[in-house]
Design a protein around this ligand. Structure first.
Ligand SMILES: NC(=O)c1ccc[n+]([C@@H]2O[C@H](COP(=O)([O-])OP(=O)(O)OC[C@H]3O[C@@H](n4cnc5c(N)ncnc54)[C@H](OP(=O)(O)O)[C@@H]3O)[C@@H](O)[C@H]2O)c1
Length: 357
């Protein structure tokens, strides 16, 4: 197989190279997947530079998200979360959730490669009618936005939601989920192109949050279009950037502010009197830890997402302004992602056609 193997940390994504390695064989507890497309994340950039909190021992293969096809199922019966059935003769058979040939998406260390091993709990079926490129970017963004808005902020129909960095990966997912749930969305983004993208995914209003007066603009919109309590601001703030302090200036009574991330680079300190004065809640969301602490919620979240997809309320967000084809283009894709010039999910199409499998 071919892979972006990291033998030593690199300064720039453009220093990454493709290596030929032995193709893994089926493992006792993991599926062997032939990768079609790989999603990129900011943490991939940190990891190849040795700056991420999870650093496998060198050498390792970069990348986490992918979509592809199942080439082999786990070899040890019962080693995965598969269902065991015992017949009258007392023979137990194990059926894996996926079979050879199934189209899947998921996350596992080493997705910048033609093949990857992945446990069952990190795999999901490709949504009906979806492209591999779109599915490769679904595993992290959609559940982060859904769990945040639905399970943490208790979003209701008719709420007004302020989504920051709305054209980013988790932002564009949040815009769609909030709209599908009957909310009105104010989207912020740093460029006209990104605001255009947020609007094309359903945002009702867009604002340039590089302009310092954006909280006043949010209040103006709410005064003009909302009555009573809502005239003071929005009900929910979804913040992947680090805009909680400023957002507290434009929220309604009982607002819920979601701490999603710190893409801006600074971890904020908030004056708690503001939290008291407007009776607001500031809540965090760490999606990755739900698999450890709340496995039932993981199932509920994915059920909710698949329902939205079926209803046409959620579509793929693969970045379309430039294409990245072949593992050779991973460095360029990561460089583009790190430059802040892209929108949605930057996805690399791993080049060998599926027909060669
Ligand atoms: N809580 C969780 O469980 C969870 C899950 C997934 C991701 N996250 C976090 O959410 C954040 C966003 O993730 P993402 O996948 O949406 O990333 P992304 O696709 O790269 O988008 C991030 C957006 O943040 C904005 N931004 C503001 N300041 C920035 C800066 N200094 N450098 C780069 N971008 C900046 C950019 O939009 P503008 O150009 O419009 O400002 C950019 O589009 C990250 O911090 C990530 O770690 C959290």
């Amino acid at each position: 197989m071919k892979a972006i193997q990291v033998k030593e940390y690199v300064k720039s994504p453009l220093d990454l190279t493709v290596t030929e390695l032995p193709t893994p064989t089926a493992s006792p507890d993991k599926y062997l997947i032939r990768i079609h497309s790989a999603g990129t994340n900011f943490f991939d950039i940190l990891q190849i530079q040795g700056k991420y909190q999870h650093q496998p021992p060198l050498p390792w293969i970069a990348g986490a998200e992918f979509s592809g096809v199942v080439l082999a199922v786990p070899t040890a019966p019962g080693a995965t979360s598969t269902s065991n059935t015992t017949n009258k003769a007392g023979t137990t058979t194990t059926t894996t959730k996926f079979k050879v040939g199934d189209l899947v998406f998921g996350a596992s260390q080493g997705s910048f490669a033609t093949h990857v091993l992945c446990p069952e709990e990190s795999l999901l079926p490709l949504p009906r009618g979806w492209s591999h490129e779109d599915a490769a970017g679904l595993f992290i963004t959609a559940p982060t936005a859904y769990a945040g808005l639905v399970h943490r902020a208790h979003l209701k129909q008719g709420d007004w939601v302020l989504v920051h960095a709305a054209a980013g990966g988790v932002g564009l997912a949040a815009v769609q989920i909030a709209k599908a749930m009957g909310a009105t969305v104010i989207a912020t983004a740093g460029t006209a192109r990104k605001r255009e993208i947020a609007a094309s995914f359903g945002a009702d209003y867009t604002l340039d949050y590089t302009e310092k007066a954006w909280p006043e603009e949010v209040k103006k919109l709410c005064r003009a279009h909302r009555g009573r309590n809502g005239a003071a601001g929005v009900d929910v703030v979804y913040d992947p950037v680090g805009c909680i302090e400023a957002s507290l200036k434009c929220v309604a009574w009982n607002a819920r502010l979601l701490v999603i991330g710190f893409a801006g680079g600074d971890i904020e300190k908030v004056a708690l009197n503001r939290v008291l004065l407007k009776n607001v809640s500031i809540v965090g969301l760490h999606w990755g830890q739900y698999a450890r602490f709340e496995t039932k919620t993981v199932l509920d979240v994915w059920q909710g997402i698949f329902d939205l997809v079926e209803r046409g309320g959620f579509r793929g967000t693969a970045f379309q302004d430039e294409s990245f084809v072949g593992l050779d283009s991973v460095g360029r894709a990561l460089q583009a992602l790190g430059s802040r010039g892209t929108w949605g999910k930057v996805v690399v199409r791993v080049d060998e056609p599926m027909s060669k499998l």
